[in-house]
Design a protein around this ligand. Structure first.
Ligand SMILES: [Ca+2]
Length: 502
């Protein structure tokens, strides 16, 4: 036994030595200092030939009911429907918080955003961003030899120290925050937004001055993404595509205007579906389709204040900026040929929090050094888990309000003030309606399996469930705090800050 172990160890050292020598030869042969062209001179880690590429598509304000494979009526999304037919479609998938910056922070770090001091939607005056020491999916994969690109909306701090190139991305083209944070905002008189820049790398390269400028954005980002796939077909890559659409103001290229026959919002979804089709085609054409994990989801539910310019929650209660299911629950499709079952529908509870640890595991990357909240849900993706590895979820919102907690199918809504579209009036023609911001929601217990619309309070019938969920809420308050109860929490971290505007 001993001799065998010794032999194994010697053999392993010899192999490692050969691999290191090979790596040195490859590097010295190709990477001349100052002459590394992105995606061209890069060579994969020879020891790990089978790591999947990762394409992560993240829509903005796309609702649970906006794709035909999720029940959208009046128009079709054939490319996304095909993606679902070739992969698994999840029906109980939650974003960490139902608003842009908070949701994006969670996706890229695997942490509840309130753990990181990120909340709401950062605006152009913000002096904060995702702390540079927080580790993103891009950083973890880059460390494993992946090329990393982001084409779309960042929204984790627009000051230079917070931009994507400082958070693990090799390439960035996109807008730094929401596409409505510009002088054409309907409430610009109060908001006074500066011009909206398009950023390449760390530099503004253009101003998006009119809706016509925004009309070509989806196409431009798609073309850049396709080029990224082509340039990186011989090495592992992580492509993050946070499309700015269908967030208002709705913009669509000439080729897709009036194409859906169901109005401007549906035209925009049709274009997004086309964009996904282009990306999928590029994976096929470059021969990497089989070894590429594709994840499609959205950052929060529909912004119902915008009436016919908003999407559909598919019948779930309320929408964006609320912790009812219409705000947190979004479509999620995962495709990885031969690894994730094709044509399946899963109702297991999952969250954007789980993307980082699951992807890290599948790609042979380590986890971040600081504690995270996501868990490896590979078994749920692969369809091998009889119940989801995720059993609980904390619905935090605003700066740090614990508004609801979830365990399995049970959701305990805690009394809180919040946005209510149902108590307001929707807008039209791209203008927001009247939406109460501090509607007093009372506590209630919902059984989401029987009552996904959150209409029937079950507290009186199930006091044991209420007390179990209250315990979960208490643990959350001790860990992450709760402003509704003046609880600071003991494990929150600070965001990154800059002293003054640069
Ligand atoms: Ca959003």
């Amino acid at each position: 036994m001993r001799t065998t172990r010794l032999l194994h160890s010697m053999l392993a050292k010899l192999l490692a030595g050969t691999a290191a020598l090979l790596a040195i030869l490859l590097i010295s042969g190709h990477a001349r200092p100052g002459h590394v062209r992105p995606g061209h001179d890069f060579r994969p880690d020879v020891a790990r030939p089978n790591r999947p590429n990762v394409v992560l598509i993240f829509m903005d304000d796309l609702g649970y009911g906006d794709l035909s494979c999720y029940g959208a009526l009046g128009y079709r999304t054939p490319n996304l429907d095909r993606l679902a037919a070739e992969g698994t479609r999840f029906t109980n998938f939650l974003v960490a918080q139902p608003v842009c910056s908070a949701s994006r922070a969670a996706l890229l770090t695997g942490c509840y955003p309130n753990r990181l001091g990120i909340s709401g939607a950062l605006n152009p005056t913000a002096l904060v961003g995702l702390h540079p020491e927080e580790e993103t999916i891009a950083e973890l994969l880059k460390e494993q030899g992946y090329r990393t690109g982001i084409f779309g909306k960042w929204h984790l701090g627009h000051r230079q120290p917070f931009l994507p190139l400082q958070q693990g991305f090799d390439e960035y083209l996109g807008i730094p925050y929401s596409n409505d944070m510009w002088p054409q905002h309907p409430n610009q008189a109060n908001l006074k937004f500066p011009p909206l820049p398009l950023i390449e790398g760390n530099q503004p390269v253009k101003t998006l001055a009119s809706l016509t400028d925004q009309d070509s954005l989806t196409t431009a980002l798609t073309e850049r993404a396709v080029s990224f796939v082509r340039r990186n077909r011989r090495n592992p890559f992580f492509l993050y595509l946070p499309f700015p659409m269908p967030h208002v103001p709705l913009a669509v290229s000439g080729k897709h205007r009036n194409s859906s026959g169901a109005g401007l919002y549906a035209d925009v979804i049709t274009e997004v579906d086309w964009a996904v089709g282009q990306i999928l085609a590029s994976l096929k054409q470059t021969g990497v389709e089989k070894n590429t994990l594709v994840i499609f989801t959205s950052d929060n539910g529909p912004w119902l204040a915008y009436g016919e310019h908003a999407g559909s929650s598919g019948g779930l209660r309320e929408g964006k900026q609320t912790t009812f299911e219409g705000g947190n629950r979004v479509p999620c499709i995962v495709r990885w040929p031969g690894e994730v079952p094709a044509g399946q529908v899963s109702n297991q509870l999952l969250s954007t929090l789980d993307v980082l640890p699951t992807v890290a595991r599948l790609c042979g990357a380590r986890l971040p050094r600081r504690p995270i909240d996501g868990i490896d849900v590979q078994a749920a993706w692969r369809g091998t888990a009889t119940e989801s590895p995720r059993q609980t979820f904390l619905y935090y919102f605003r700066e740090n309000n614990l508004e609801a907690v979830r365990k399995g199918d049970w959701k305990l809504v805690l009394a809180h003030p919040g946005v209510s579209y149902e108590a307001g009036k929707p807008g039209r023609d791209g203008k927001p309606g009247q939406t109460p911001g501090n509607h007093a929601f009372e506590g209630a217990l919902y059984d989401l399996r029987h009552d996904p619309g959150e209409r029937y309070d079950r507290q009186a019938m199930h006091p044991d469930v209420v007390s179990d969920l209250q315990q979960l809420a208490e643990q959350a308050r001790a860990d992450l705090g709760d402003n509704l109860q003046q609880r600071p929490g003991s494990n929150r971290r600070a965001p990154g800050t800059v002293a003054k505007a640069d």
